[in-house]
Design a protein around this ligand. Sequence first.
Ligand SMILES: Cc1cc2nc3c(=O)[nH]c(=O)nc-3n(C[C@H](O)[C@H](O)[C@H](O)COP(=O)(O)O)c2cc1C
Length: 421
Amino acid sequence: MKCVDDFRLRLGSHELIPIVVGGMGVDISTSTLAVEVARLGGIGHISDAMVHTVTDRRHGTHYVKDRLKQYKFNVGNLLDKSVAQFDLGLLAEATRLHVGKTMEAKRGPGLVFVNCMEKLTMNNPRETLRVRLRAAMDAGIDGITLAAGLHLGSFALIQDHPRFHDVELGIIVSSLRALQLFLKKNARHERLPDYIVIEGPLAGGHLGFGADWAEHDLAAIVAEIRAWLHAEHLDIPLIPAGGIFTGGDAVRFLEQGAAAVQVATRFTVTRECGLPDDVKQAYFRASADQIEVNNTSPTGYPMRMLKGCPAVGSGARPNCEAFGYLLDGAGHCQYAELYARELARLPKGQKIRIWDKTCLCTHMRNFDCWTCGHYTWRLKETSVREADGGYRLLDTEHVFRDYLHSTGDEIGLPIVKEDEY
Ligand SMILES: Cc1cc2nc3c(=O)[nH]c(=O)nc-3n(C[C@H](O)[C@H](O)[C@H](O)COP(=O)(O)O)c2cc1C
């Protein structure tokens, strides 16, 4: 029976283990996790979501405090945050710091990519995206995965960068239609994406589907895209993602022609993952009926999360002057608008609780929005219980090697001795 180690991913001049650990913002797929995956020969992702917060936490900068100080005068203005612009120079600096430190730490044969979400509109969608992409390239990132959005204009933002043809550039799509749009819009750049991540309906984070997400099937979307690329004589590596929980699941896709698989959920309970330990334990304990897809993200995309996580119904005061990553080009966020409505409606002093949307920046920053993959409820199958009843956290190396060597639907528990790896 075949295992993932029987396959290799060829990307440009690189020969890699065909395991990609997907980007998980905000700082859930940490630099440490990404660098460890690269050391093992795969592709690890960092995310540039809320990069100022991440560098403040990791590198002692104080971008968020300074931004709040600058725009504090506007905190009470809930309906118009357009004044709270991001300083593009500081955004570039923070991105270079985050990416640069990660790349300095990188060892071994694998690669580190950055996940760059278009829906992080940051009060100035085009310019902030331009700065984020270019700063990551300046700082030596191996590749950029364009995520959460159609990215119709993203290649144009970087086409004159000296590394445009050297950095691996990929796009995440959830349908053939989205891929066709992307390729059509970017045709004039004479550069195809180097890889395509096809994210199905069982993934964590935001989903590229509507309310009918459950009617879609990853394998069917992959087959449709593969057939179309073949008919167009286009040869671009395909990387399915979403619900690939075991080595056996991965092998099924690789045998059908996938170049690699992108996985994430299994790594959320590793020591290297940025989630706090109590959240990792909540993921381990989760039952299938606790995992839902809801519409509480102000991005407008459905998002999968654990029911009852602190982000939903919290009524946090909008923090757009400190964060503001989801402000559209006109300075609006759906959550801030709902908050303003409740503030006006409720008697003074009554606690505000909002269920329709979450203050996503604040809650992702505080690890209170427990976004997760569909199979999070199966994580308990991947570990052992400690004497105190909690589950043992896993090493990234253990999970990676389990994907690599397991056959069928076996899952190796963390009882193997180090030298058995
Ligand atoms: C906790 C968590 C956070 C995620 N955050 C992001 C993100 O910020 N951007 C993104 O493009 N995908 C995000 N994803 C999706 C993953 O990168 C990946 O494609 C997908 O979850 C793979 O499916 P799996 O989790 O079933 O293995 C996230 C997934 C999880 C589990």
